[in-house]
Design a protein around this ligand. Structure first.
Ligand SMILES: NC(=O)C1=CN([C@@H]2O[C@H](COP(=O)(O)OP(=O)(O)OC[C@H]3O[C@@H](n4cnc5c(N)ncnc54)[C@H](OP(=O)(O)O)[C@@H]3O)[C@@H](O)[C@H]2O)C=CC1
Ligand SMILES: CC(=O)N[C@@H](CCC(=O)OP(=O)(O)O)C(=O)O
Length: 352
């Protein structure tokens, strides 16, 4: 007989961009029911007043954040908050038996000293943080399934690591030569007003920011070092591009064997991701576009080799709000609850 019980889930930070993606995706998820939405300045407002397109569809109001109450109602809690807040709430939720998926950077680092150096917040939750698993299912599927606390990756690290992982894991490149040149749409900066994200600032313009000091660098390096089995430094340059959603990360690295050709690498990537339903390796000579990924949880990867320079060039396109954020968190939840990792997630984006 079909199991009719739906798992009760809550979203803290429901009024933000991550929150609204989670609401939209979880509403259509066949095994869960949203029972709690939380926030700060939006507390007391109805969700449909904040987002009128959900009128008559979501009949919940945003509530204040009280971990005891959240834990009494929810089995799974998504924290979609600015950095430095999840580490104050997650320990209480975990202690009360919830499964927690944090979309911020608070639980992404195995060494909390690195977190404090880059994010400023001192931490007192070391024992809980030690139980967190980095929420990139393509690398840590079985560990995610066994954990109650997931530190979901940043959007740039998701695109970058999915491009680099097969090369590092198989020892195909000299890791220190890797350069990540990435472009993000403005929704990557969240819903709060910021001058650089105004239409008049961002439209008709393209520029790099936080060059040689973006906080996603140590996150990318942590996983690259694990894959390469030694400490690795990576060059990462993010750019803001005038579009709403999407990230394209173009990764360059020097190959150890300059004799490898494009089709060799495509075969290697297809083998590496053969059990990863959200990764699509493009056919030879096809390069991915962010528009393909927009609205879906799919990461499209294209591969090229330049025999003149001996470099491999890998292009990775995602929707920053789906595979780069809310969709990936739901993919992790599916694994934690022993469901198919594709459950409730969109495969094909909006096009054109
Ligand atoms: N945007 C993106 O592409 C990605 C973002 N992330 C990360 O996901 C997290 C959420 O990002 P995003 O959705 O863009 O952010 P937004 O700025 O759009 O939303 C932030 C949310 O946090 C809530 N909030 C802020 N302060 C508090 C507080 N003290 N207590 C309770 N709630 C609070 C806000 O609620 P209220 O409105 O009620 O104040 C709002 O709902 C961030 O850590 C971000 O770095 C990760 C991957 C990609
Ligand atoms: C365009 C833009 O501003 N992007 C954000 C990245 C968003 C994200 O994924 O970051 P976290 O989850 O690590 O906060 C930035 O560069 O800070």
């Amino acid at each position: 007989m079909e199991n009719l019980r739906r798992v009760p889930v809550g979203i803290v930070g429901a009024s933000g961009y991550g929150g609204v993606q989670l609401v939209r995706l979880l509403m259509d998820h066949p095994q869960v029911e949203i029972v709690y939405l939380g926030g700060e300045s939006s507390a007391g407002k109805s969700f449909a007043d904040l987002y009128p397109q959900f009128g008559n569809i979501v009949n919940l109001s945003i509530e204040a954040v009280e971990p005891e109450i959240i834990a009494s109602r929810c089995e799974v809690v998504f924290l979609s908050l600015p950095n430095g807040l999840a580490c104050k709430i997650a320990p209480q939720l975990i202690e009360k038996g919830c499964k927690v998926l944090d979309l911020s950077a608070d639980y992404r680092f195995s060494d909390l000293k690195t977190y404090t150096t880059w994010y400023g917040t001192e931490r007192s939750d070391h024992s809980i943080a030690a139980t967190a698993v980095y929420g990139l299912p393509e690398l840590y599927r079985s560990r995610i399934a066994e954990s109650n606390l997931i530190g979901c990756p940043g959007c740039y690290p998701t695109a970058s690591l999915l491009a680099l992982s097969p090369l590092l894991k198989q020892g195909l490149i000299i890791p220190e030569t890797a350069i990540i040149d990435a472009k993000s749409g403005t929704s990557g900066g969240g819903r709060q007003a910021k001058v650089n994200l105004l239409l008049a600032e961002a439209d008709n313009s393209l520029g790099a920011y936080n060059v040689a000091r973006h906080r996603h660098t140590p996150e990318i390096e942590q996983i690259c070092s694990e894959l390469a089995r030694h400490e690795v430094t990576i060059q990462f340059t993010p750019h803001l591009i005038p579009m709403v959603r999407g990230i394209l990360a173009t990764v360059y690295a020097t190959m150890r064997d300059p004799g490898l050709v494009r089709d060799d690498l495509i075969t290697i990537y297809n083998a590496f991701y053969r059990n990863s339903p959200w990764i699509k390796i493009c056919n030879s000579g096809t390069y991915p576009q962010t528009k393909w990924a927009c609205g879906s949880n799919t990461c499209y990867i294209g591969i090229e080799v330049d025999p003149r320079t001996g470099r491999v060039i890998v292009m990775s396109a995602i929707d920053n709000l789906i595979k780069g954020q809310a969709g990936q968190a739901i993919q992790c939840m599916n694994l934690m609850l022993d469901w198919d990792e594709t459950l409730g997630l969109p495969k094909i984006g909006f096009y054109p």
